[in-house]
Design a protein around this ligand. Sequence first.
Ligand code: NAD
Length: 390
Amino acid sequence: MAQVISDRLHVFYCPHRVIFGLNSSRSVGSEVRAIGGNKPLVVTDPGVVQAGLLEPVRKSLQEASIPFVVFDKVEPEPPARLVDQGTEVFRENGCDSVIGLGGGSSLDVAKGISIMATNEGKVLDYCGVDLVKRRGVPKILIPTTAGTGSEITRVFVITDEAENTKKVVFSPYVLAELAIVDPLLTLSMPPKVTADTGLDALVHAIETYVSAGATPFSDILAEKAIEWIARYLPIAWSKGSNLEARYYMSLASTVAGMAFGSGGLGAVHGLCYPLGTEYHMSHGRSNGIMLPHVMRFNLPGNPEKFARIAQLMGCCTEGLSLMEAAQKAVEAVEKLLESIEVSYRLRDYGIPESDLPKLVEGGMKQSRLFVPNPRDLTEDDVRRIYREAF
Ligand code: NAD
């Protein structure tokens, strides 16, 4: 699809280096000194430790004679207090660098600790765009899920427990010195985590592709990610040991992170956040539930791109009008969700329809995400989309 030529500038954000491949995590020991670290804090969560994923990292650091400290207290949808707590552990132990190991929750806390190690105050003081004053300590990010792309992006997401909402810190200082993506670390994901995180990657790719903030870079990356996820997510979910499926899901998640990190998100993310904070639903699942409903609403805003998504997801669009072809993209997403047994109906998650006002209020708090959305949203539109999601 031809890019509209305008005087808009396209900025591409990415870590200094990305190492992708089987067994790449074994190189972490030799990479710590290359990023200027001598004593890293390894930031992870109990589930990642229990899955045995800390072991290859521990071994690699020991073989390279690098002393390290482990902070394994990360919780899903991490509260801001964990970043402040981890920063205290970092300082008390005289650490000088950070290794994030885990899903998006662990990587985001690792990014936060890296920033708070060199900046004053509490992490919630820095939520917003470009409020971070100093570069953080060097960091290596190693994902163990295939979904968030957090290893790539210049943002981290934390929960403000007092306001019961998720907040985001945007800063180029958040970008990692090194991302190490090893598909082998994702083999142990159970089917539900595989489904939820894979849907997060799909939402990143689709939202960015149709977004008003899309760039030539994000288009190229998002197209490939959509194609790989449509093909490999059902296989990775069905057979966790399928290496080809895990390999392409890791690749898709990483390139989707590169895409949305530079191209913006949209209303799926805005409307999914209240599901996470109110009902403790995983980030990927809440994204997956909202995806077809928001896509259907958005169709008139970018029909060419939606029609292309349908093709990338394997639909035949020959002989169809543009809007009919665009509609096929919504059907393809619904079929994908059904194939991995993810309901896109809020009622199936025990959420009463009487909670609609609470959802609308929560969704409207995230209206900054409506700006790049391909169709403008009013409060009435938000209500309508949630109502349809029931
Ligand atoms: P997660 O990090 O919360 O992990 C989910 C569960 O899976 C945890 O219990 C964890 O222990 C377990 N797990 C992780 N890897 C495993 C493995 N290989 N084997 C077995 N169990 C494993 O989930 P997530 O979806 O990766 O991250 C969600 C968080 O990421 C949310 O807070 C979201 O807001 C954030 N996020 C951040 C960005 C970003 O760019 N910074 C982007 C998207 C999402």
